[in-house]
Ligand binder design. Sequence first.
Ligand code: ADP
Ligand code: MG
Length: 751
Amino acid sequence: IASIVAGIQGNPRHIEFPKDNGKPRYTSDIYGENVFSLKEMSRTLPKPVYQQFLRQIRGGQTLDKTTADAIAHAVRVWAMDRGATHFTHWFQPQTDSTAEKHDAFLTLKSTFTPHGEEVTPLDVFSGSQLLQSEPDASSFPSGGMRTTFEARGYTVWDTKSPMFIQEGPHRTSILYIPSVFISYNGEALDEKTVLLRSSEALSKAACELLALIDPVPAGHPPRVGHVFTTLGTEQEYFLIDRSLYALRPDLKTTGRTLLGRLPPRHQQLEDHYFGRIPSRVLAAMSECELELYKLGVPIKTRHNEVAPAQFEMAPIFEEAMIAVDHNLLTMDVMHKVAHRHKLKVLYHEKPFKGVNGSGKHCNWSMSTDAGENLLDPTVRPESNYRFLLFLVATLKAVHDYGAILRAGIASASNEHRLGANEAPPGIISAFLGDHLTEVLNSLEEGRPIKNFSVPEFQTIKLGGTVLDLKVSNLPTISRDLTDRNRTSPFAFTGNKFEFRAVGSKQSPSFPVTLLNAAVAASIIEITERLRKQMGDKQYPSDQDKLVVIKEVIKETKNIRFEGDNYSDAWVKEAAKRGLPNINNCVDAFKQLTDNKHVEMLTKTGIFSTIELQSRYHILMEKYAKDILIEASTLIGMINQQVLPAAYAYRKDVAQGAHLLKDVDVDAQPEVVLLKEMSPHLSALQKDVAELEKQVETISDKHEDIEAMAHGACHQLLPLMEKVREHADALEGMTGDKYWPMPRYTELLFNI
Ligand code: ADP
Ligand code: MG
């Protein structure tokens, strides 16, 4: 390992920046060049076809055959001109990643002549191939749904998300067709269908509330025709050297280290944040961004994260459905590009015990079709009733459905960030910051708001006298009225909520679907209350709005928390407030079967009961299997690597002690070490044997998913922790030369 480490070259790989006549091309020029965007469609399609397509995506109707055929032809020519040979329906099964199966455009046409059969090769792509495909779906999780109904699954083009091309191997390209994945009966087998449904539900509910509070003269269409959920995903990840990664069976099969001692340096690592990005990493990031720009993914920021070898990239926010596609593409492209730089990207939420974990902060808001952000507090939030209604609706969603939001972020890997030791508790609360807290408090108490809106408060004068510096040429910057709280799972940050508890590895789709659903349900309820409050008036008065707002402020108060969410005091306080603290996946997934949640999710039309049951089944099964795989991997590492290394080291030390005695030198230090190792070796052997037994027992229960998941959670995990303790102790005592896998220091400091 030492020689591998010595051979690691941090030199960045050279990347060719696209040039035009020797001059670098501008990012804005490269942006989206591999996307069959609306602009590209209007350029390549006959006008009536393009108009028909626009009508169809806006009206949500299905595409007719002629239009589909014309689009298929145009996109094939467009793609082939850019080197594409294949197309694929690209979809999002319930595996947190994407799936694709490539088909060539090539077809053979046979004609029969008097001289025999004549075969002509042709490039063909038909409207029906564009619209629908039937992948061999049996290998994707369906939670028993396909066995109950119909074995087949279909992918159908999601016309709202643009097609794009990605380079395949050998510089050929593939046309990607973003698709949904459904069963014969239309049940969602994927992550995308339910996200689409939830966006629709939220839009409908929000438009109804807006029409009520913002009336238009009779006969006029409503001011807002559609409300979009907006999403910006801050993606955190680790990058480590690939040759060291290859020596860690745990990282390779489970994405995290199942054993490993914390490096002594790790506590001083906070200074790494916003520090210089290592040059090899910067090269990988730049190449990744370049590819993403071509794909129309608006990556905006990149920086070091808190832990060593940890980084983040974030895009400009987009409509949620597109943002999810783009997040999955981002993860995929980084994975591929990292490889080229001899790096390995880790998306696991907690790859290294005791080192800061990774999340995917989902910045979420709602926007009208005119681009107005409904969560924008504006200058005087206290009298902006529209803002207040949407704000309290979101708080109400967290209050009423916090437990289902918790279910949406549960996974075997994210469990190490939520609820396990050294992780924030699994309590879902919301943070608002001083300003909004004061706004809500003053409304609740019926008193005037403390003066927050004066310019002095909003600005920090850099040219001020604090240090008596003459920096008057610096502008006055606007102070963020919403202070930051890095510990809150759901924090208001200026004009959006940041759902911070989402896992780095998971697709943002399910958590956002559940959030949309919960907010839609709350908006519906608030609209009903407003109607009741206004009586037989045609529209609610400001007073009516205030009454409802005040009611909801009171009802949701207990989920508002401004303090340190990681503290024990909060766990106690939350218990007193009666908030659920769900600290394991089994309890989290149970929420999907809870009557209140089932009712909310089915009433809003986002899930059917069968879809929920199947999802529960899939999640529980995946969880149990993930942990079983971890346990088996750990057993292998202990038996084949840790124990043999410790034995070999012990033998050499023992022989040394023996030799020393022969020459009459004190062998006490060796003896002390041997005596220290012994109890750990015995305990490790015993515990790993017990773990093997448990893995067998729990695997045998495969007919009973709940029993398996329970066993994994309550038996395997604690036992794995015990095994790890001894292995880590032995790692600390065993010589470098003997230790068969890279240690934390080697993994984290060689990029
Ligand atoms: P912060 O400092 O709050 O993390 P940024 O402005 O850098 O702020 O935003 C982080 C992420 O939030 C970015 O991806 C950004 O595009 C996204 N974002 C900003 N406004 C919205 C919004 N209205 N809806 C959804 N996401 C948003
Ligand atoms: Mg942020």
